[in-house]
Structures are given as C-alpha cells and as structure tokens.
Design a protein around this ligand. Sequence first.
Ligand code: AMP
Length: 306
Amino acid sequence: MSAESDKPILIVGSMAFDDLVLPSGEFPDVIGGAATYSAIAASLFARPRIVAVVGDDFPASVISDLETRNVDTSGIEKANGKTFRWAGRYADNLASRETLKTELNVFADFRPKLPPSYRDSPVVLLANIQPELQLEVLDQVRAPKFVAADTMNLWIDIERPALERVIKRVQAMVINDEELRQFAGEHNIKRAAQAILSLGPERLIVKRGEYGAMLFDADGIFFVPAFPLEDEVDPTGAGDTFAGALLGQLAQLGTVDGGTTRRALLTAATVASYCVEGVGTTRVRNLTVKDVEQRLAELRNLVHVE
Ligand code: AMP
C-alpha cells in the first residue's frame, strides 16, 4: 500500500448536513454525505473527482479541505438553496438506525454536468444518491473500465425501476444486507445475492456492519471480518467509507481481478472501521496510510491460521 496517487476515480453521491442522534448525544449539522465519506477514503489511494451539488449554506472550508487531500472538486456545483440534509437516530447498540428526515433540497433539481476532464475516468463509484443521477453521470463517462454502485432503502422503495437500470450497467454492486434482502424480497443472503447478480453485475459486495462483508462473484464467496472495535461512536458513513476505500485501491492498482478485489476488501474493512470511531468524518479525515497498514495487519491475524 502506498500513499495517495494521481490515479483518478470518479465519485458521484450526496454531500450533506447530517443531524445525528447517537447514544452519546445529539449532533446537528455534521458534514456528511456518501460522496464526502467515499472521497475522503478513496483519497488515501487515488485522486477522487467528485460530482455533487451543495447549497449556499455549505462551508467553503470543507471543499478546500478536500482539495488539500488530493480531491478534485471542480465537479461540485454550488447552487442557490439548501444543502441535502439527512437526519437519523441510532439504537443504543448502534446496530440499527431509523431515518428521521431526508431533505433533497438542491439535489432535487440537480442535473450533473461532468467537467470535460472527468469524462475519461477509468474507475467510477456511483455512491448513494438518486439512481437517475447515477445514470446521468454514467452516460457522460466515455469508456469506464470498472463501475460500482451503492444505494439505499429509500431508492429501493421509491425509484426501483431506475435502480434496476443502474444495476444492469455496473460491474459491481455494493449494498448492505438489509437493503439486499429488501431488494430481493428474500431473507437468505445467498439466494438474495442472485437477485442482483442475475441482473448482470460480475460482483456483489454485501456490507454487514459489525459482521463484516461478503463478496459474491464467479470465483465463489469471500468473507471479510469487521475489525472488532472497543469504542464505537458513530457508524454513519462507514458503508461509504468502505466503498470509497475499495474503489480507490482498484483505481490505484489499475486492476480489478478477483484476487486484487479480495485483498482490497480487507483494506476497505480496515478503513471503514476507523470511520466508526469518531462522529461524522472526524476520524477518517485524520487517517494515514500507516494507521491503515497497522490495523490491516491485526485484521489479517483475525482470519489467519498457520
Ligand atoms: P451510510 O451510513 O454509509 O449508509 O451513509 C450515511 C450517509 O448517507 C450520510 O452522511 C447521509 O448524508 C447519506 N444519505 C442518507 N440518506 C441518503 C439518501 N437517500 N441518498 C443519498 N445519501 C444519503
């Protein structure tokens, strides 16, 4: 693993204010959003190019901070109006959460227009946002080598046909277990996985929170543990951090074969574990490649036998 590179990865997704109700207290106006978390994680390995929209209430300092960490922000549109806002309340054990509010705000009228310099992106992460916007971004990329998409229960509920069009056009889907079951109408994970794979993607990555993640592809099933944490603070964005770290590594290495993907999944689980240790992006923002390497060695030991 080496530090950030100039290898591009295109990321579309939400940039947000999150109002979080955590067991440790209430945290309003936390900077979040799927694109924000994914780009911070991907920037450990590659040069993210963000496509998103923020309102006039969004702090310019957050965007300049992204720039200092090797993120291309020229595709972030600043619109008149309010930034996307999501509010969620977590259960005491942090294992489940309830959405209290989703306000699309400036995302409601957003038509993504890729800067010309973004169009040749070889690796694309369609992080969580309306599936129609994911499709519009994909339409503007010339010949991507590897596209992965994430989604959320809301889009399965209200935009399923568009979401299915997304799934048909990507090489990999990244989704959490609850959403996979909801999409498939099937509780068994192995059978539910078929509902996605039968639509076309070569790979399906199922995020299972504290139970790790599973990869389904032509080579079989691969399991990645979650790093056991002592201090779990805020799981918000851990899934986006996981996807950003995974795709960032694939962009950096320029290869997407099964073995590379499996190795990258271990690192992605490691990076995502850090996310949970702080509110919002506080912990992932301060992460170094060295931190990741240390914890990755511990994670590997969890599943290694002589
Ligand atoms: P995660 O915990 O990985 O599912 O991601 C949480 C992030 O997703 C938060 O920072 C939210 O701002 C963002 N988010 C929540 N709901 C949506 C939605 N419907 N579309 C896009 N992003 C969302």
